[in-house]
Design a protein around this ligand. Structure first.
Ligand code: OGA
Ligand code: MN
Length: 286
């Protein structure tokens, strides 16, 4: 059916030719989308009129089982009664804009830190699929960083030094850096997970850094040395030449590969305007 991608950045990000994903069931087209993900790591699909059920169904057809432990469950009940349907909005259960001192708002501000979804869980997230329903008039872009290009650009000595290391990821750690405190029960539910610092993406064979705001320490290294290395790697990987900035239009579906990209939200007037997106994330099963 002739799906093609236009590259939006020198390293990554493909914008798909017109396609209605909710109607895509055939194995050839699904394989072409997966091949696009292998190549571009972030794929942009415009004008997707998804209902929530169509969004959930498409995600499963594309990549299998859905992630339901996205972290926010420990903080608040899901607004849609389905933990697989991530509520990326500035709204409360009543659909009203959250007050600036609301704890749920403080929690969601953590998305402004560079991260990769559910790296504090095992299995972590593989593909995230974010669909735009309501977009404010200005701001609120999402930035993406290509961690494969960042790995490729590291000096050989650094690559040799960090290959094979393991990293502990914890959302309690990343949220605490913003002054957000978890209760004992919440912390108990969010113990964190250990993942390799350098990964190989199976189908493409590309090597990639796997770091995030959630990365709290390098296992087997003293904490300060590990944290300094993680900071240096984050700084390296988020240099402008590795970053794409997505300006949302209503109906956009952006799919990103959490194994080899980081992303972050950018500010907007969130006490004044609504912003409402839904996210479905698949499980990174081997
Ligand atoms: C997410 C996320 C950033 C944004 O949906 O996982 O981090 O701009 N979103 O809303
Ligand atoms: Mn995210």
């Amino acid at each position: 059916m002739g799906l093609t991608f236009k590259k939006l950045h020198p390293h990554f990000v493909g914008e798909a030719s017109p396609i209605e994903l909710r109607r895509v069931h055939d194995p050839e087209t699904l394989a072409a989308i997966r091949a696009g993900m292998d190549e571009y790591a972030v794929c942009v699909f415009r004008d997707q009129p998804f209902t929530d059920d169509e969004h959930l169904g498409f995600a499963q057809r594309l990549d299998g089982a859905l992630h339901t432990k996205l972290g926010s469950a420990a903080i608040q009940k899901n607004r849609f009664g389905n933990e697989a349907l991530g509520d990326i909005s500035n709204l409360g259960a009543d659909g009203e804009i959250l007050k600036s001192d609301d704890r749920r708002r403080a929690y969601s501000l953590g998305n402004r830190l560079w991260h990769t979804d559910a790296s504090f869980q095992d299995p972590p997230g593989r593909y995230s699929m974010l669909h735009a329903k309501v977009i404010p008039p200005a701001g609120a872009d999402t930035e993406y960083a290509d961690m494969r290009a960042a790995w490729d650009a590291l000096p050989a000595a650094t690559r040799a030094q960090i290959d094979g290391l393991r990293v502990h990821h914890s959302i309690a750690y990343s949220r605490q850096t913003l002054g957000f405190d978890f209760s004992k029960d919440e912390e108990e539910a969010l113990k964190g997970a250990i993942h390799p610092l350098v990964r190989t993406i199976p189908r493409s064979g590309r090597r990639t850094l796997y770091v995030a705001s959630h990365a709290s320490r390098i296992i087997d290294w003293p904490v300060p040395e590990g944290r300094l290395m993680l900071r240096d790697l984050m700084e390296h990987a988020t240099q402008r030449q590795f970053v794409y900035r997505h300006s949302w239009r209503v109906g956009d579906l952006v799919i990103w590969d959490n194994r080899c990209t980081m992303h972050r939200a950018t500010p907007f007037e969130d006490a004044r305007y609504r912003r409402e997106l839904r996210r479905v994330t698949t499980l990174d099963m081997l």
